[in-house]
Every structure is written in C-alpha cells, then in structure tokens.
Write a protein that binds this ligand. Structure first.
Ligand code: GLN
Length: 485
C-alpha cells in the first residue's frame, strides 16, 4: 500500500469500513507526517495529537460496532484557527486571542464532531483572516509545500499547506474575498467557497459578516463534496443561514458535463496576470470543451470595481466586528494602568498587528458621517451591480470559468505593498460580493508551481461546480501530483 497519508478521504473511508486499516493507524500516519514536515512548513498554530489519537480510538470503536458511521468517521482533518473549538485555543492568528479558549463549539465543529472525525490541529492564518499570504499571522509565516521559500497564499494558508503536505486528509478554511480559493490555487488543491448562507457562521470569528463563509480544502472534488456535505445546512443560530435544502454533492458527480453551458468572463483577462497562468487556463478551457461543455464568452461589466468596493465593505464591517476586542470581555488585556481608556487603547495598540489596524482605520473612515455616502454607500451600490452582472450571466450559463489567482505562489516577503497584496484576490472577490459559490481546482503548473482554475456557480449550485471539477479530474492528473518535500 502507498503511504496512508497519500490516500484520498473516500479511499481511506472504504479501507476503514472494510477494517483493512484502523483510524488509529491512519491518524498515526498523519501525526508522523506532521513530525516529519511540519518544522519546514509551519502550517499549524496547534497540533492536537493527544486529542486526535483519542478521537481515532473512539472512531475505531464505532467501526467495531458498525454503528453511526459517516464518510468522515476516523478521517484526520485540520481546522483553520478562526473556527471556535470548545476549550481548545482559537487564536484567529492574533496576539489578541493568543490564549483564547472558546467556551463553545462553532456549529461547523458540532457537526464535524458528530461525524466522528479526527482533528489533528488548528491551522495558521493571516490575522483575523486579513491577507493573501499567511504572512500577516501574528506568530509566523507558513511555507508553501511546493516551494518552501514561497507563501501558500492566504488567509487560510495553514489549512491549504497542511493538506498539500499530507499532514491532514482535508481541512476547513474561511473565504471572505478569496481566502480558500487563492491558497487552494497556490497549493494545488480543490478549495471551495460555498454560497453565502449555505454553511453556518455561528462560531466563526467574524471578519466581514456579509462576506465570510466556511468551506473545505481537499485533494480532489469527491473529497471536497464529502467535506462540504458534512457542514452544509440551516442553523437557527445564524440568522443569515439559508433554509434551502442541501443537495447530495457526491451524487452530483456524474462524470459528465456534456451540454453544460460554461461562460468565460471577458473582464477576467486582466493585465498583470502571469502569462503562464493565462496559457494554463486557456488550455483548461479547451479541455472542458472537449468534455462536451458549450463554452462561450460572457461580459461581467462591473468586475473592475470589485476590488475597490470590497476594500471599503470588508474593512467597514471589520471595524465594527473588531470593536469587541477592548480588553474587557475576553482576549488580551493591557493591565498596566488604572485608567480605563488607556487600558482599551493599549490593548488594541499591542493586541492588533499592522494590517488589522490598517483595516480598522480604513473602515472607520469609510463609515464616518462625512464620508459614509461617498464611500460605504457607493461601494454597496457597486456590490448590487456586480450581483446583477452575475444574475444576468447565470440566465445563460450553468457556470463560469476563470483563473483563480493572477499569479502562482510568490516568495515570502516578495509583496510588501498592501495594494499589490489586495490584487491577489481580483478574480475571487466578486463571488463574495455577489454571494455565489466558487471553487478553485488544480489546473496545471507554471515553472513547477501550481496554477488554479476557478469555477463559479450560481447560488446553491455547488453541485454543478463540483461536477465540473470531478469531470475535469477524469482527464487530467494535476490533482494527483505531490510536492517534493
Ligand atoms: N485577501 C483578502 C483580504 O485580505 C481576502 C481575505 C479572506 O478571504 N479572508 O481581505
């Protein structure tokens, strides 16, 4: 047998059910892999090895009794450190929450725990999910398993690197403007952002509440379908969660995309995209055509305002969400003064990193009485126009296809200008503004670095984009390649 850590979730699940391997063996293989490569990759803020082995033993009991089995029972997964785990440190990549142990589980964690999965650890991220490289983590940067000098993307870079390096069979991240799809793209993974409202945000530490969604990273479309299935569905504790019935995502993987209408947004061929990315994506589009999809161009005319609108709306919401970190309720607290205002000021001065402060200032400014109409209100209007572009496109198309990121993985330290970093999300941001779903899938290599292909689907059409991803995997082998670590 190949190394256990190289199995897919569905393969491992079959072996577990046939009792050819045990959950403890499978978990141990991943903990061994963590010991071997984590010192180089630094994907985790916390490795929960004892808990993992305990959960694996419980999973093995379930297999022995044959009861309550779920496709994720006994499967080792990693969780982005922005998802609250009861009594287990949840830092959001920030000094502010360095020692925070949530008194409750996020809904996503409750659902995962019910499956009997195995948690191997919490993963590193840009502070409060603000960034595209994981360099804004308050603790340390994460390294891309495909080239350790490079960033894995972000903000969910730890979750992506953990799966790409074989330290977890799958993982969860959060995507506010691209934080699952862009690291998915840079690490050769399937990274899916569900439709807004598909997955509960209860217990997800908030960045920008009207944009945030939790979603999976996997090494193939089937695994992504299994991982999404486990967390999707209505939750009465999240007022924005949708009562729309959840599809059977694995059943949707028919292998055929014959007759599917796929649009290629003209506005997504922008200057600054690396030529190697453009050529890989064009080649991929031809593959989709050969598979029987009907490909034609489509126009999304307001695309060019997406990044600008996002960098008003997301910071505005963040400035409000982050006001709760005042040193009083929980988290870091500056105590060297008896003056309340000074305590709050210093708590925020020392607790937040530079990118978070930049966003709070931007957002506060955009929401201030004198500028609200000029910035925030205008950005919201643009958001509506972007949503209408997609509504119109989806009248004619089942899905849209584009690059996921304008570049392959860049060197750690290479992008120092915040604006250049913001442009990493030029292709992913519009989907968050419109609330639609999107996935980045392995789409080839440029100079031995992965290129991601983005598939966008209408609201609640995760089944369609996963079906395309799965069909694409049948005729390509990009997704099955491993980095040399
Ligand atoms: N890179 C974008 C930002 O910094 C998106 C981050 C995310 O999706 N969480 O805001």
């Amino acid at each position: 047998m190949t190394e256990l850590y190289k199995l897919s979730i569905s393969e491992a699940g079959a072996l577990l059910r046939q009792r050819k391997i045990s959950a403890v063996e499978l978990t141990q293989a991943h903990l061994d892999r963590i010991r071997e490569v984590e010192p180089k990759v630094k994907a985790f803020t916390l490795v929960t090895d004892e808990l993992a082995l305990q959960q694996a033993r419980e999973a093995d009991k379930r297999f022995a009794s044959g009861e309550n089995l779920h496709p994720l029972t006994g499967i080792p997964l990693a969780i982005k450190d922005v998802i609250c785990t009861k009594d287990i440190t949840t830092t959001a990549g920030s000094r502010m929450l360095e020692n925070f142990k949530p008194p409750f589980d996020a809904t996503v964690m409750e659902r995962l725990n019910a499956t009997g999965f195995v948690m191997v650890g919490k993963t590193n991220m840009d502070e409060f999910a603000m960034g595209s490289s994981t360099e804004h983590s308050a603790f340390f940067p994460t390294h891309n398993p495909w080239d350790l000098e490079r960033a894995p993307g972000g903000s969910s870079g730890g979750s992506a690197a953990a799966v790409a390096a074989g330290m977890a069979m799958g993982s969860y991240g959060s995507d506010t403007g691209g934080s699952i799809r862009q690291p998915g793209s840079l690490c050769n993974l399937v990274g899916l952002k569900p439709t807004y409202g598909r997955v509960s945000r209860f217990g997800l530490i908030a960045f920008a509440s009207s944009l945030d969604q939790i979603g999976p990273f996997a090494r193939n479309a089937r695994d992504a379908a299994i991982l999404l299935q486990a967390i999707a569905g209505h939750d009465r504790r999240d007022g924005t969660s949708s009562p729309e019935p959840v599809q059977d995502y694995e059943a949707a993987l028919s292998g055929s995309i014959k007759g599917l209408r796929i649009g290629v947004p003209e506005e997504y061929w922008v200057e600054g995209t690396q030529p190697g990315v453009v050529s890989a994506v064009k080649e991929n589009i031809e593959r989709l055509r050969e598979l029987g999809a009907e490909i034609s161009p489509v126009s999304l005319p307001h695309t060019k305002y997406g990044v600008a609108a996002y960098y008003i709306i997301a910071p505005a919401e963040a400035s409000s969400n982050l006001s709760r970190y005042d040193g009083v309720k929980y988290g870091y607290s500056y105590r060297d003064t008896s003056d309340m205002w000074e305590a709050m000021e210093k708590t925020r001065e020392y607790g937040f990193g530079p990118e978070v402060k930049r966003r709070i200032m931007l957002g506060t400014y955009a929401l201030s009485a004198g500028y609200y109409d000029a910035y925030y209100k205008r950005a919201e209007k643009i958001r509506t126009l972007i949503k209408q572009d997609f509504d119109k496109a989806f009248e004619k198309f089942d899905a849209l296809v584009s690059p996921a990121s304008p570049t392959v993985a860049f060197k750690i330290g290479e992008i120092s200008d915040p604006y250049q970093m913001y442009l990493q999300d030029v292709f992913t941001i519009p989907a968050n503004l419109a609330g639609i779903c999107g996935v980045s899938i392995p789409g080839g290599f440029n100079d031995n670095l992965p290129v991601g292909l983005q598939l966008l689907g209408n609201v609640f059409k995760e089944d369609t984009i996963l079906r395309i991803a799965d069909a694409f995997e049948q005729v390509t082998d990009y997704h099955s390649r491993w980095p040399n670590l």
